[in-house]
Design a protein around this ligand. Structure first.
Ligand code: SF4
Length: 583
């Protein structure tokens, strides 16, 4: 690997296919260091790997053609950019929705940008950061049209976070995933502000969408530009008195002096994107949204009601927006059938040349297939990091140690710890993992004659095998259930009584179970029992499709329902998962 393979930034670079795996690991570390949320890091890394798997001919996005693998060569960022154009053509030829294509491309583009130093991940000023820091420190709002800034800058107080809520427009109801209520004060005037974040189909795909209310009246809207995932900022068009859109900087009202002003068409490459100016504001920058909304309020002619009565008047592109069909009622049989069918299809797409897919590096993938102790360790590593990284870890551990012998691992805990902690670290929990690995080796020696394959060699029942895994440190119900499913489904290990398999109580599965209506509450025993009722012949079989749906579409916050394979059968009880947290 080149010495520059593990860092972004400038300079000439070239990599082998294998080196690029390390570049992704380094990218992940860079994203984490930049303060991106865990879920965002997982998505960035997963989609970068999707691109890399496609470019080496190991996988293809849904319905796309498999790429003929090129002879092994050094690859530069320029090569990657050329391959991205090819990737785009393949994606556009698939039945994937435009939103999904854009999403695949933007993640691949960011990864390539990171590899050549043109993209630096930024820790967005987002939820989780103290709200006080979200209040802008911009030049005072001043001018004849701005009551909020008669004498001092705007201040924000009494901030209260909101859960999900609905807002009834004249002709429909819009759902907001979360939001805030607060008081904005400028000079002698105070306003009660509500700022809600939701999402809807607009400008050719599903985008995050916000509305800001002033004293109960919806005043301004925000919509995600094409690079929203990069920085978390939304666009909101600027109007002057009479509602006219501002198109020239010289016409910009004086109160917008401190805002980041862009042309919408430069930020949203889509039909009907406007040529007018827009403020680009972080989605949770409460002070800026209050200021923008108050500026809009005060630009209205006297006597005109501040609230919107004619939605079409504010959103000329509205007639082009596809509306979602109302969600269907829950039909458990249809839902489970749809999950199982999607699971089978997705599995076939993921597996390459009949070999089950665990991780992108072919050697690492083969290692967990062929080495039972590596499989066991991968299950242990699979916690709090992307699955693909966890399943590559045993191979890398073996490479660093020079072996993966349980006897030596049990006898040399310091070497194991050093190998796991060596940068790039093999896991996030670098203080806990080494102990679990050594304990696993000791248990394999004491209970299974140093051969991890004997954990499942006697054709145990699913329940029996889950209990055996559960006895290892670092493996609980979630990972034990997952391991049983993987052994039978992927490695064709003989296991009896598959009606005893279970779903893993995993954060993705919890979200999907609640939103699809399969479960009523976020409770482990309840969910396991409901999955048993839903698919009694093999409850664990719905684990994989739910996990994948949760990872790809049924995301925390605003799910990507229009693209979800369960869309037609899911009652979309999105609010139910509002409080689901954890790993
Ligand atoms: S993404 Fe939407 S349609 Fe899919 S499972 Fe979640 S709530 Fe249902």
């Amino acid at each position: 690997m080149t010495d520059s393979a593990t860092s972004g930034g400038g300079g000439a670079r070239s990599w082998s296919d294998e080196d690029l795996e390390d570049v992704v690991d380094a990218y992940q570390a860079g994203l984490e260091a930049a303060g991106l949320r865990d879920s965002a890091v997982r998505t960035y890394v997963r989609e970068s790997r999707t691109f890399l798997r496609w470019r080496t001919g190991r996988a293809t996005p849904s319905g796309g053609s498999l790429r003929t693998r090129r002879p092994h060569q050094r690859i530069t960022p320029l090569d990657l950019r050329a391959e991205l154009a090819e990737y785009e053509a393949v994606l556009r030829a698939t039945p994937l929705a435009a939103a999904s294509v854009q999403s695949y491309l933007s993640y691949a583009r960011m990864f390539i940008g990171w590899s050549d130093g043109s993209y630096r991940p930024r820790g967005p000023n987002r939820r989780g950061e103290p709200l006080a820091r979200a209040i802008p420190r911009r030049s005072p709002v001043a001018g004849p049209t701005t009551r909020a800034s008669d004498s001092t800058d705007l201040t924000v107080d009494e901030v209260r976070e909101l859960g999900s809520f609905d807002w009834r427009w004249p002709e429909n109801v819009e759902h907001f995933d979360h939001g805030w209520e607060y008081v904005a004060t400028g000079g002698a005037a105070s306003y009660r502000i509500r700022h809600g974040i939701g999402g809807r189909d607009v400008y050719g795909r599903f985008r995050v969408h916000s509305v800001t209310w002033v004293d109960g009246q919806p005043m301004v809207e925000g919509v995600a530009p094409d690079d929203y995932d990069d920085g978390g900022a939304l666009l909101s068009t600027i109007r002057i008195e009479g509602g006219e859109h501002v198109r020239a900087l010289t016409d910009l009202p004086i109160g917008y002096a401190g805002f980041h002003i862009v042309r919408q068409i430069d930020e949203i490459a889509a039909k009907y994107s406007r040529r007018s100016l827009a403020a680009k504001i972080l989605d949770d920058d409460l002070g800026a949204w209050a200021r923008h909304a108050i500026l809009r309020l005060t630009s209205k002619p006297a006597g005109k009601p501040s609230g919107r009565t004619d939605r079409a008047g504010l959103e000329p592109d509205r007639p082009t927006m596809p509306r979602l069909e109302p969600p269907p009622k829950l039909d458990r049989t249809a839902l489970v059938a749809s999950m199982l069918s999607f699971g089978t299809k997705a599995k076939a797409e993921l597996d390459t040349a009949g070999e089950p897919f665990f991780t992108e590096n072919p050697a690492a993938n083969r290692f967990v297939i062929e080495n039972p102790f590596a499989f066991l360790l991968a299950v242990i590593f699979d916690q709090g990091i992307v699955a693909e990284r966890a399943w590559a870890a045993p191979y890398e551990l073996q490479r660093r140690l020079g072996h993966l012998d349980p006897v030596r691992i049990a006898a040399e805990p310091d070497s194991v710890a050093a190998a796991i902690q060596q940068p790039p670290t093999l896991q996030r929990f670098i203080n806990t993992l080494p102990g679990w690995v050594v304990a696993a080796a000791r248990r394999v020696i004491s209970h299974y004659g140093s051969d991890a394959g004997r954990i499942w060699a006697d054709e145990p029942s699913a329940g029996q095998l889950e209990r055996r895994f559960d006895e290892f440190q670092g493996i609980g119900q979630k990972k034990a259930a997952m391991a049983v499913e993987m052994l039978e489904r992927d490695l064709r290990v003989k296991i009896k009584d598959l009606q005893q398999t279970d779903i893993a109580f995993d954060v993705h599965i919890r979200r999907v179970m609640l939103r699809t209506g399969l479960a009523e509450r976020d409770d482990r025993d309840h969910m396991i029992e409901e999955a048993r009722q839903a698919n009694p012949a093999r409850p664990g079989a719905i684990d994989f499709p739910m996990w994948l749906v949760g990872r790809r579409w049924c995301r925390p916050g605003v799910p990507l329902c229009p693209d979800c394979p369960l869309f037609d059968v899911c009652p979309r009880l999105v609010d139910r998962a509002a409080d689901v947290r954890g790993a």
